[in-house]
Ligand binder design. Structure first.
Ligand code: PEP
Ligand code: MG
Length: 325
């Protein structure tokens, strides 16, 4: 089966009735990028940069970060590379960076909140990303955005980072696209406002599910409650996609949901055309896309959206998927 999938590496992900999907990769290292490119990824939908900051003694400097981002951009050969700014806190710690003891780390000092609080560290990363944008189609993405002020403050830091490079006469893509993760319920609720001030959305379903359902994604006692197909989550996805469409910005999915072939009908129904997933999932999802009729799948998902419980929805998804293969 693995060998059979490998034959699909250079096949385009197009549904049986001709809808072109874009499948990109979630990576956290050059090694994963190589695997992704060998599995036919059309660029990088999520570069989790925090792993570059982990397992070391001090913050990585601009030059060191730049060299890695440039390598990712160059290896991707003009395909988009979405670099997410530092997403530490929650479950991810840095040995050399003192984070407060918190009762609820996932509701605490995390991601963009930390970066906005450490402007030097944040601008160092932004400059490194900007510099890499001279070597490929690099985009910037902010994690954990929960208000318009946060987006504006992050963009203010970006503007400053650009000015710093201008002073050093260093080139970068001055039209670099800037997007945000939609992974906090507040961001869903104001998605229409956020869409007016950024270039793209990427839905981080891993965190979104945890925050919408109030179910810690790391807690095994409630793992059975962590369900991306809860109607509340699906409605949030719909709200987000509709807001993006109304503003004319693209939206992709980069949480683990994207790597579940059973969810394809939802993307057909909602009109999502870009998925980013772990490199190991790419060929399997591509194969499912090739076997899917977008109109028929969309029709199914429209029906599932009306079901009242996650159990009923998952039952529908699973039996539809079984019938396809
Ligand atoms: C997410 O939250 O869905 C996501 C893609 O980001 P991470 O898993 O790194 O939090
Ligand atoms: Mg997340």
């Amino acid at each position: 089966r693995k060998r059979q999938l490998a034959l699909l590496t250079s096949v385009e992900p197009v549904t049986a009735d001709g809808v072109k999907m874009r499948l990109s990769a979630n990576i956290s290292s050059i090694k994963e990028l190589d695997i992704a490119l060998n599995h036919g990824a059309e660029g990088v939908g999520l570069f989790r940069t925090e792993f570059m900051y982990m397992d070391r003694k001090s913050l990585p400097e601009e030059q060191e970060q730049f060299e890695i981002y440039r390598m990712v951009a160059e290896k991707s050969k003009g395909q988009p590379v979405v670099i997410r700014t530092l997403d530490i806190g929650g479950d991810k710690e840095l040995d050399y960076f003192e984070l407060p003891e918190e009762e609820n780390p996932f509701l605490g000092y995390r991601a963009i909140r930390i970066c906005l609080d450490h402007p030097e560290m944040f601008r160092t990363q932004l400059r490194a990303i900007l510099r890499a944008s001279a070597y490929g189609k690099v985009k910037i993405m902010y994690p954990m955005i929960s208000s318009l002020e946060e987006l504006r403050r992050a963009n203010e830091a970006l503007k400053q980072a650009k000015q710093e490079l201008d002073q050093r006469e260093i080139h970068y893509d001055s039209d670099i696209e800037v997007g945000i993760m939609i992974e906090v319920p507040a961001a869903v609720a104001i998605a229409d406002l956020l869409a007016e001030e950024c270039d793209f959305f990427s839905i981080g379903s891993n965190d979104l599910v945890q925050y919408v359902l109030a179910v810690d994604r790391m807690n095994e006692h409630i793992a059975h409650m962590y369900n991306p197909y809860h109607p509340a989550v699906l409605r949030m996805l719909r709200t987000t996609v509709e807001a993006a469409r109304a503003s004319g910005i693209p939206v992709s999915i980069c949480g683990e949901m994207a790597g579940d072939e059973r969810s394809l009908p939802f993307w057909m129904h909602l009109g999502v055309r870009q998925l980013s997933m772990s490199p190991q999932s790419l060929l399997r999802i591509k194969q499912s896309i090739l076997h899917t009729s977008s109109t028929e799948a969309a029709h199914q998902a429209a029906h599932w959206m009306k079901l009242k419980t996650a159990a009923e929805i998952e039952q529908g998804m699973s039996s539809y998927n079984r019938a396809l293969h």
